[in-house]
Write a protein that binds this ligand. Sequence first.
Ligand SMILES: *[C@@H]1O[C@H](CO)[C@@H](O)[C@H](O)[C@H]1NC(C)=O
Ligand SMILES: *[C@@H]1O[C@H](CO)[C@@H](O)[C@H](O)[C@H]1NC(C)=O
Ligand SMILES: *[C@@H]1O[C@H](CO)[C@@H](O)[C@H](O)[C@H]1NC(C)=O
Ligand SMILES: *[C@@H]1O[C@H](CO)[C@@H](O)[C@H](O)[C@H]1NC(C)=O
Ligand SMILES: *[C@@H]1O[C@H](CO)[C@@H](O)[C@H](O)[C@H]1NC(C)=O
Ligand SMILES: *[C@@H]1O[C@H](CO)[C@@H](O)[C@H](O)[C@H]1NC(C)=O
Ligand SMILES: *[C@@H]1O[C@H](CO)[C@@H](O)[C@H](O)[C@H]1NC(C)=O
Ligand SMILES: *[C@@H]1O[C@H](CO)[C@@H](O)[C@H](O)[C@H]1NC(C)=O
Ligand SMILES: *[C@@H]1O[C@H](CO)[C@@H](O)[C@H](O)[C@H]1NC(C)=O
Length: 331
Amino acid sequence: MHRLSHWFVVGFLLSLIPRFQAFFFQQLRLGELTPKNPSILINQTLELNCTVFPDSGLNTSLLKFYLPRHIEASSDMLTVVGDRTLLLKKTISKIEDEGQYICWSVNKTGSPVDMVNSVTLIVEYEDVRNVTDFQCILDNTSNPKEFRCNWNLGKYLHPLYLDVNIILSVDNGQNGVNCPQKKISEQCIWTEHDEPNINSMSNIVILNVTNLVFKTSKIFRKEFWTQNISKHAPPSFINASSSSSLEQCGCATITWVTIPGGVKTTSTVTLKSQWNTVPLVNPKSGSTTKRTKDVLILRRCCSSSPGWGCLVARSMFLDGKNDRRRRHTGR
Ligand SMILES: *[C@@H]1O[C@H](CO)[C@@H](O)[C@H](O)[C@H]1NC(C)=O
Ligand SMILES: *[C@@H]1O[C@H](CO)[C@@H](O)[C@H](O)[C@H]1NC(C)=O
Ligand SMILES: *[C@@H]1O[C@H](CO)[C@@H](O)[C@H](O)[C@H]1NC(C)=O
Ligand SMILES: *[C@@H]1O[C@H](CO)[C@@H](O)[C@H](O)[C@H]1NC(C)=O
Ligand SMILES: *[C@@H]1O[C@H](CO)[C@@H](O)[C@H](O)[C@H]1NC(C)=O
Ligand SMILES: *[C@@H]1O[C@H](CO)[C@@H](O)[C@H](O)[C@H]1NC(C)=O
Ligand SMILES: *[C@@H]1O[C@H](CO)[C@@H](O)[C@H](O)[C@H]1NC(C)=O
Ligand SMILES: *[C@@H]1O[C@H](CO)[C@@H](O)[C@H](O)[C@H]1NC(C)=O
Ligand SMILES: *[C@@H]1O[C@H](CO)[C@@H](O)[C@H](O)[C@H]1NC(C)=O
């Protein structure tokens, strides 16, 4: 047993240093394990062959398999194939099945003598998952203008084995601009320097996710209309006026700009005052009309809250995350 654990350490070191491994096994190779770089998805069946060489003096009755963490393979996992091959079949059910699989030669009483070969199994949940939350936004407010895409790759045991590429096409897929960032994972940003027509009516993005170990790719293609995904500057002004002073009873008129250019937006007016801890929100639903100005008339009762605090109008962008706001203090 002492000797066995010693060999496990050697085996582990060898798996780390392929050149050393090649050197080490040149003289005393007894056989081989195939496939050499096994990879498998959870719930699939692993098959490993331990084949001894004809001049090794070994046969399948003198072989044993060890699973990760020194667990000996049970006999129901093993099949003899011909004279010199022992086949291990195991359903991979958990990530702990990842690791080193070793084939050993044993002596007649079953004690391990030499390591025949070892391989390292890589386990993954799914080779390439469907991406989720794949969204792009055209930021017309930044300088230079930006086209930004985000997506969610999902859960991987080995995210580093993924190769992610994305292409932006402004001419219906005929020409494409690769992502300007070299190594990407869940975001890419193009500016108008990368693609001068970033403002074109519609943009197509093609996302290619490849698992380098499992050698599978999935392509996700999406079309975005600029009108639907544009992010714009906040309202350029918000004014509040009242026939009486804003601290007194009566009506206040709030005016602000909406975004020109026939773009879908939502405007909200939020009222806050030192007497209102919870903001009052009055949403005006977005439209594609070319309004440049929105008006909202509000009546407030002085007895409960004697005046206006501050007024906030904001234009919401369609991703809902990056709103900008402008503030008017009604005093
Ligand atoms: C194992 O060996 C058998 C017999 O040589 C062969 O048919 C089979 O394809 C091999 N399987 C693997 C996973 O190498
Ligand atoms: C395997 O080899 C051993 C020792 O050389 C021998 O006793 C045994 O009969 C062989 N088994 C088979 C199945 O050939
Ligand atoms: C097998 O190896 C063990 C441990 O090295 C040893 O105690 C035993 O005598 C060996 N059996 C034979 C038949 O060589
Ligand atoms: C594996 O199979 C089990 C039972 O069919 C299932 O519950 C589990 O979700 C599967 N796991 C994966 C990663 O597919
Ligand atoms: C991934 O997306 C494709 C196409 O929309 C669908 O057919 C497939 O069922 C999805 N796979 C999973 C695991 O959700
Ligand atoms: C983006 O800004 C430019 C001016 O910089 C303007 O001409 C264009 O209409 C804007 N695009 C959209 C979709 O609003
Ligand atoms: C996806 O990317 C992989 C790896 O870079 C590449 O081999 C493959 O050809 C690409 N697929 C497409 C459709 O571009
Ligand atoms: C853009 O928005 C319109 C109206 O909501 C919708 O009908 C259309 O499918 C959207 N286009 C794209 C490419 O998302
Ligand atoms: C907003 O109010 C300020 C003074 O309070 C005024 O100078 C400005 O012209 C108003 N803006 C608009 C567009 O009404």
